[in-house]
Design a protein around this ligand. Structure first.
Ligand code: MG
Length: 272
């Protein structure tokens, strides 16, 4: 009797599994082709186009070139009119950088970095920057600034035109972590753009990092960082560090050496 019950239970389990497979046609299945084993869709091959068409979720509509050319769902962080969205990093005071008449801002040396009042997680960030046409100094001391994601991870801003430096610290480097795939700067004195896709790191509640952040950077439309892993903070001296954190500000660097870097047209889209 006990054997009959066990066999019945086993049969039920087998039938349940078969039912699950039939209802899950996209389940991966190991397949061999010319000696190479790979994963392929399994289940009944669709024979009608409707079987592979989905209608949800519907993507939200975004006007790509909305007000002042900014995507309609973006948060404008700087449009040249004020520093209302920003504050000094050191003491949270009003920004003491220079607001220019042409809709840009310039670093005021030795005043310190600035950061947004709002904090962000995953974002698409657009920043335009310019180094002076009249070049001064060499290496890291020629028009050096930076764009920090969550206040911690620097995408280097530097006038690299005829100005060699260590390549993991050149323009568009993830500072001292990732060499850019290309040097795509326009001539000194012209406006560069950075379009950055940033996915924030994740941390366990006890503090250790469970997933690294990643970053993709287009410099003047040229791919220069391709979904690279952020190893931690980007210090001048020392290894990257991984302090746990939540959302953080966008931060712009005052390198403190007569950099004269300017910024304009900064906006961000929060990503899901
Ligand atoms: Mg820098």
């Amino acid at each position: 009797m006990r054997r009959v019950i066990l066999c019945s239970l086993l049969l039920l389990v087998v039938l349940a599994c078969k039912e699950k497979d039939a209802a899950d046609p996209l389940k991966d299945e190991a397949t061999e082709f010319q000696g190479i084993v790979y994963k392929e869709y399994s289940g009944q091959e669709p024979t009608k186009p409707e079987e592979t068409e989905v209608y949800e979720p519907v993507p939200p509509k975004v006007i790509p070139y909305g007000n002042k050319g900014v995507p309609s769902d973006a948060i404008v962080l700087f449009d040249g009119s004020s520093f209302d969205e920003w504050m000094m990093v050191n003491d949270s005071a009003e920004v003491s950088w220079i607001l220019n008449a042409d809709g840009s801002m310039s670093v005021k040396d030795k005043t310190g970095d600035i950061m947004t009042k709002q904090h962000f997680g995953d974002v698409q960030l657009h920043v335009e920057w310019r180094s002076p046409a009249e070049v001064e100094r060499e290496g890291q001391n020629r028009a050096n600034s930076g764009v920090f994601l969550q206040g911690l991870y620097e995408v280097q801003v530097l006038d690299n035109n005829d100005n060699d430096t260590y390549v993991n610290g050149q323009v568009a480097a993830i500072y001292k972590q990732h060499i850019p795939l290309a040097m795509a700067s326009v001539p000194s004195g012209e406006w560069n753009s950075y379009d950055i896709i940033y996915r924030a790191p994740e941390f366990h509640e006890s503090g250790y990092k469970t997933r690294s952040g990643t970053i993709t950077v287009l410099h003047n439309g040229v791919l220069v960082q391709d979904h690279v892993e952020i190893k931690g903070t980007t210090p001048y001296i020392g290894w990257p560090k991984n302090p746990p954190h939540g959302k953080g500000p966008i931060r712009l660097q005052d390198h403190g050496d007569n950099s004269r870097v300017s910024f304009r047209n900064i906006w961000v889209r929060e990503l899901q």
